[in-house]
Design a protein around this ligand. Structure first.
Ligand SMILES: *[C@@H]1O[C@H](CO)[C@@H](O)[C@H](O)[C@H]1NC(C)=O
Ligand SMILES: *[C@@H]1O[C@H](CO)[C@@H](O)[C@H](O)[C@H]1NC(C)=O
Ligand SMILES: *[C@@H]1O[C@H](CO)[C@@H](O)[C@H](O)[C@H]1NC(C)=O
Ligand SMILES: *[C@@H]1O[C@H](CO)[C@@H](O)[C@H](O)[C@H]1NC(C)=O
Ligand SMILES: *[C@@H]1O[C@H](CO)[C@@H](O)[C@H](O)[C@H]1NC(C)=O
Ligand SMILES: *[C@@H]1O[C@H](CO)[C@@H](O)[C@H](O)[C@H]1NC(C)=O
Ligand SMILES: *[C@@H]1O[C@H](CO)[C@@H](O)[C@H](O)[C@H]1NC(C)=O
Ligand SMILES: *[C@@H]1O[C@H](CO)[C@@H](O)[C@H](O)[C@H]1NC(C)=O
Length: 389
């Protein structure tokens, strides 16, 4: 109780300072709240994409030196110590590889989404890279099979975009957070002559997906194209997956040994993330700071999940490119998200991530929403701490 009222007080002070023009950065979340949000995430993350997103959020939150936003991760240290142990991330990798049937090329068997199991791949590559038993090839082998499946077995569009479904060619904005960051990170840990090709492949997937999903009139991505049905709505979380996924690929390229060979690609990625930011924040609700689940549909409901994810992208872009255009929007979004975390550390007013079109049921939760809060907090921390590295 005491802690919550202290948090409320700091928000009131911040609002006052903003009004008087004395400050621009909100106080962010306190440690106890972050720790509850994290514990709840670990409790409810179970689907492949939830585990992959959790692993990335835990890396950025607790082990930033291992994240693609820091040059210290290129490559990461081969031996982790007690203060940099990534134990929660490595546990997700170990459980995934232990549960994977030998005849499944994907890291998670029987997943109808092509990209989702690959989202755990970054954690699996880190587990391989930092393993103490050098004769253990299980992580490297599993990651290699996952990459082989994506590049050589999954269906593709005529232009070469890898399908998000195994049973038909269908492109989902979600794919951009799931597969390209893994393909790009594989280049870093594998090294050698194929690395530049893998970075290019990760970039090409973003490019090909944008060709199909970006609507220039509103500067937003549609959710699903091609296949037996489409979702032409501008789903807020889909725009978040696309922007945040491209951001990870861009930083993997730009921090790699191949950065100077990928300048044009990095520049395009910057524009493609910026154009999503432009569209997204145009539709932000001015009073609350929230985003709507369908961004440009005023009858849609407010969604705290995508508001958190997209504010993380705005903070990261400001840190990386010194472009502060959307920091004020991100601050308002952070304020909204903060007020929507209840006393038990659950994010409220989320979209149901399994339906896309309805709010999460009362007393339900969104695992990805819990992760997005941690991504937002880590991005805010790096922005206000100035640790671009
Ligand atoms: C742990 O490892 C990191 C990265 O190698 C290093 O920066 C840090 O100083 C180490 N910490 C301790 C306590 O040895
Ligand atoms: C890993 O680091 C966390 C956070 O610093 C710490 O609580 C935990 O005890 C460490 N685990 C190991 C095995 O060193
Ligand atoms: C699930 O995946 C495993 C491993 O690839 C496979 O052996 C099994 O047939 C699959 N089950 C179904 C119902 O598709
Ligand atoms: C696994 O780690 C080793 C170093 O121990 C590295 O040479 C190899 O490329 C890694 N495998 C993958 C798939 O990244
Ligand atoms: C890419 O790296 C260069 C050199 O470190 C840096 O100046 C630039 O800001 C980076 N760009 C992005 C988008 O991260
Ligand atoms: C960058 O984007 C422009 C415009 O879409 C395109 O013409 C160009 O080929 C892209 N560059 C690369 C390296 O893909
Ligand atoms: C800053 O970002 C905005 C939107 O994200 C973009 O429209 C603008 O061109 C960027 N400015 C520069 C100097 O890159
Ligand atoms: C659901 O209700 C139970 C019992 O009140 C509570 O312990 C739990 O934290 C709630 N779960 C969520 C996600 O709010």
């Amino acid at each position: 109780m005491k802690r919550r009222s202290r948090r409320l007080l700091s928000w009131i002070v911040w609002s006052f300072l903003v009004v008087t023009g004395s400050t621009t950065s909100p106080p962010g979340l306190d440690d106890a709240t972050v720790s509850q949000v994290r514990a709840n995430l670990l409790q409810v993350a179970s689907a492949s994409w939830e585990l992959g997103t959790a692993a990335e959020a835990l890396t950025e939150l607790s082990w930033p030196a291992l994240s693609v936003f820091r040059s210290t991760a290129f490559p990461p240290p081969t031996q982790l110590n007690a203060s940099l142990n990534a134990s929660d991330v490595l546990q997700i990798a170990s459980e995934t590889v232990q549960n994977k049937p030998f005849d499944s090329m994907a890291l998670v068997a029987n997943d109808s989404a092509v990209g989702d199991p690959a989202s755990i791949g970054n954690a699996v590559l880190l587990a391989n890279w930092t393993r103490t038993d050098l004769s253990d090839t299980s992580f490297s082998f599993a990651a290699g099979q996952q990459l082989d499946y994506l590049l050589n077995y999954a269906p593709r569009s005529a232009e070469g975009a890898i399908s998000q479904r195994w049973d038909q060619v269908q492109l989902w904005a979600d794919f951009i957070y799931m597969a390209p960051p893994f393909i790009a990170y594989f280049a870093i840990t594998q090294g050698g002559g194929g690395a530049l090709l893998l970075l290019q492949a990760a970039y090409d997937q973003c490019r090909l997906y944008r060709d199909q999903l970006f609507d220039s009139d509103v500067s937003l991505w549609r959710h699903v194209a091609l296949g037996t049905w489409q979702d032409n709505l501008h789903w807020a979380t889909g725009n978040g997956w696309a922007a945040a996924g491209m951001l990870r690929v861009m930083e993997t390229m730009n921090n790699s040994a191949y950065a100077n060979q990928l300048v044009a690609q990095t520049s395009n990625m910057t524009s493609w993330i910026n154009e999503i930011m432009t569209g997204v924040w145009t539709y932000q609700q001015q009073e609350s700071g929230a985003l709507l689940n369908i961004l440009d549909d005023p009858t849609s409901f407010v969604d705290s999940s995508s508001t958190a994810l997209l504010s993380s992208v705005a903070y990261r872009m400001a840190t990386l490119t010194n472009n502060n255009t959307y920091v004020t929007s991100a601050n308002k979004a952070l304020s909204f998200v903060s007020q929507n975390i209840n006393a038990n550390g659950w994010l409220q007013n989320t979209v149901d991530p399994y339906t896309f079109w309805t709010p999460t049921a009362a007393n339900g939760s969104s695992a990805e929403g819990q992760a997005f809060v941690l991504l937002m907090h880590a991005a805010w921390r790096d922005y206000t701490g100035g640790s671009a590295d």
